[in-house]
Each structure stands twice: as C-alpha cells, then as structure tokens.
Design a protein around this ligand. Structure first.
Ligand SMILES: C[S@@+](CC[C@H](N)C(=O)[O-])C[C@H]1O[C@@H](n2cnc3c(N)ncnc32)[C@H](O)[C@@H]1O
Length: 222
C-alpha cells in the first residue's frame, strides 16, 4: 500500500490517457527529454555515466526505456498502479529495466539498494515534500552519485507547497500538491544534506517569454 501522503496515486491513473480507438500504442522512446519543449534541453548526458539508475515518477516509462537501451540498469518507480501496469505492458522484457509500483519515500526507506543516479522528470520530486525526500535520496546514492531532476520554473516570490484541487473546483475533493522552490533554495537544501557540485538553475524556454524549466543536478561526495 502506498504511504499516506498529501497526494493520492489515483490522481495519476488518468495521466496521458488513451484518446483513440483500439489498444493504446507505446510512445516513442527515442528521445530522453527533461523539458516541456520538443528538442530543447540536455539528454542523458545530464546524468553523467551511471551504471545504475532510479527514476522517481516514471509514468509511461519512456525515459527509463531510453536509458536502459544505453546499457544502464534502470529501476523505474511510480505510485500509480495504472501507470505501472501500462508501462509494464509496453516495456516488460527490455533488458536492464525493472518497474516498481511504490511511493518514492516508501521505496527509499525500505530498499537496501543504492544507485549511481536518482533522477526525476517532472516526477515524484515535484510532488513530494523535499524536506522528507531529499535526505532519503542522499542515503541511497552511491559515493560520487548524481541526483538530477527537472520541473516547471517556479513563480517568483511563491516558494513552497502549492496545493490545488486535482479534480477541479466542482469535482470530488482530490488534493494535489506541488513543491516549487527557487534555485537558491534548492542549492541551500542540497548543501545541508551533504551534496556537492550543486547546479540549480532555470533553463529558459525557447521563447524566453514562456515558462522555463527548473533543472537541478548535484553529487554526493566521492
Ligand atoms: C507529471 S507526471 C511525470 C511523469 C513522467 N516523468 C513524464 O515526464 O511524463 C508525475 C508522475 O510522478 C508520479 N508520482 C508523483 N508523486 C509520487 C510519489 N510520491 N511516489 C511515486 N510516484 C509519484 C505520478 O504517479 C506520475 O506518474
């Protein structure tokens, strides 16, 4: 059972729904994308050269598949049963790739496994209190390991948890909380948890008037 958290996994069961006739086909896994804009931002090189990786909030699983195809042993985790079932249906049998149905903090608390990299693309790191999640990640990274994540550019002056109703304002109450912070805040938190080589910045959108991408990368001491 997923742990108690502000967010319910069922909200995510409907993420990227099937909109056509017949069986939904697997998305292309030919690109590893960190940002919301096609062809924009870095690819797998942002992770360095890991042998093992844990993705937190993998949903469809296409970035995990892409990385596994480069020879990295990838664990792709999501707490939505529907997302994990769909990803397994599409990608089971991919060498080096394992899907795990679990809540991020639960998994990191219970597992003994350590990873060369932990990454999250608009995933669990955006939807979990970083004060709880970051120390758990730090414990499960190998020495010299890399934490990397992306999410939407924060809105100036509004750091902190940002709750909304996931089902809209006339739907069943389904809280959805994102934790959004400015780059300096991430730098400070990561430093306090022993990370080094911290690089937290907003990558501007291709059109700088549009919403950019918060990109964060940090290492554990070697
Ligand atoms: C906005 S989606 C992003 C998914 C994918 N990385 C992408 O770029 O399409 C967020 C995903 O994170 C998962 N997620 C959110 N909070 C989580 C948590 N605490 N533990 C595990 N998965 C979580 C959701 O189920 C959802 O699939």
């Amino acid at each position: 059972m997923p742990r108690e958290s502000a967010n319910l996994p069922e909200y995510w069961d409907g993420y990227k729904p099937h909109r056509g006739e017949g069986e939904q086909s697997a998305p292309e896994a030919d690109v590893f994308a960190w940002t919301q804009y096609d062809g924009h931002g870095p690819g797998t090189e942002f992770l360095g050269s890991p042998r093992t990786a844990l993705e937190l909030g993998s949903a469809e699983g296409k970035e995990a598949v892409h990385l596994a195809r480069t020879g990295v042993l990838v664990t792709a985790l999501d707490f939505s049963a529907a997302q994990i079932a769909r990803a397994r249906h599409w990608w089971d049998g991919t060498p080096g790739l394992t899907f795990v149905h679990a809540e991020a903090c639960d998994h990191l608390t219970r597992t003994d496994t350590t990873y060369d990299t932990v990454f999250s693309i608009w995933g669990a790191i955006w939807f979990t209190d970083p004060a709880e999640l970051i120390p758990l990640i730090a414990k499960r990274l190998n020495p010299g390991g890399t934490l990397a994540f992306s999410q939407a550019e924060p809105i100036d002056g509004y750091d902190g948890p940002q709750p909304m109703y996931g089902n809209g304002l006339a739907g069943r109450k389904l809280p959805l909380v994102r934790w959004s912070y400015a780059p300096y805040w991430w730098t400070d938190l990561l430093k306090r948890h022993g990370f080094t080589d911290i690089d937290a910045q907003v990558l501007p959108a291709p059109d700088p008037a549009n919403v950019g991408t918060l990109m964060v990368r940090a290492r554990t001491p070697a």
